[in-house]
Write a protein that binds this ligand. Structure first.
Ligand code: ATP
Ligand code: MG
Length: 256
């Protein structure tokens, strides 16, 4: 059965989507069967996987409101070799429509139960909010990967996320745990980043992933070509880091 991970951080622009897309590509590069779920109405993970969000007949929106199965909506990221359950603006409406549906937090979990055997990893790219959409992701997942920049306010935002995860763990999903904190957009020349990184290691110990994702312009350029950074420029430092992170995740799930 697939292990399911949310890539979550309610802070915007911290590298969630870049991590979701490139970890999917990195895992596929290690011969893993991967489904990437775009749970953000911005549709960035969809576009970054080379799937045109404006041309979708069906998306994760139909899955959440019970009008389609995951299998019927899945597209393929051909360049990297993983499946994508895409999203577009329609998903913004789901937030409101879900409120009136039964088991509104558990819709994604129920839908994924049907495809779990077909994948090794299912990754969920969450929107930058602790919303009902994110809650659906957290209820479906075995664990949370938290990408963060090593900046002063990063630690403050983390406590809200940790509290939400604790609540979901206590009330809705006893499986849920933080798998790890991933240091992203890291620039070793910045003293502050070094300091925050050390603080993270002090507070969270081995919950901090060994792999560090550097700030790398190739990762930022890749989405405009509809490619994961890992496919766009395999030799870049960013691509190599996400391939390493894929290997670290494969190791981690063997300990779960
Ligand atoms: P949102 O909260 O809006 O969903 P996000 O957390 O998904 O944002 P991304 O979209 O992944 O964040 O990244 C924000 C910006 O930073 C993007 O322009 C992306 O290309 C860039 N970026 C992400 N990671 C890196 C990196 N390692 N090096 C350089 N640029 C990066
Ligand atoms: Mg995003």
């Amino acid at each position: 059965m697939a292990k399911i991970f949310c890539i979550a951080n309610q802070k915007g622009g911290v590298g969630k989507t870049t991590t979701a897309v490139n970890l999917a590509a990195g895992l596929a590069g290690h011969q893993q069967r991967v489904l990437l779920i775009d749970l953000d109405p911005q549709g960035n993970a969809t576009m970054g996987s080379g799937v045109e969000k404006a041309e979708l007949d069906m998306s994760v929106y139909q899955v959440l409101i019970g009008q389609a199965t995951v299998a019927a909506c899945v597209k393929r990221c051909e360049s990297a070799g993983y499946d994508v359950l895409p999203a577009n603006r329609d998903l913004a409406g789901a937030e409101i429509e879900l409120v009136d549906l039964d088991e509104r937090e558990l819709r994604l979990k129920a839908a994924l139960a049907l495809v779990g055997a077909e994948y090794d990893f299912i990754l969920i790219d969450c929107p930058p909010a602790l919303s009902l959409l994110t809650l659906n992701g957290l209820c479906a997942a075995n664990g949370v990967i938290v990408p963060m920049q090593c900046e002063y306010f990063a630690l403050e935002g983390l406590s809200d996320l940790v509290n939400t995860i604790k609540q979901v763990h206590a009330n809705l999903n006893p499986d849920l745990m933080i798998i790890g904190l991933l240091r992203v957009m890291f620039d070793p020349r910045m003293t502050l980043q070094q300091q925050v990184s050390e603080q993270l290691l002090e507070h969270f110990g081995d919950k901090v992933f060994k792999t560090i994702i550097p700030r790398n312009v190739r990762l930022a350029e890749a989405p405009s070509y509809g490619l994961p950074g890992v496919s766009f420029d395999k030799s870049s430092r960013g691509a190599k880091a996400y391939l390493d992170f894929g290997a670290e995740m494969i190791q981690r799930i063997q300990q779960m």
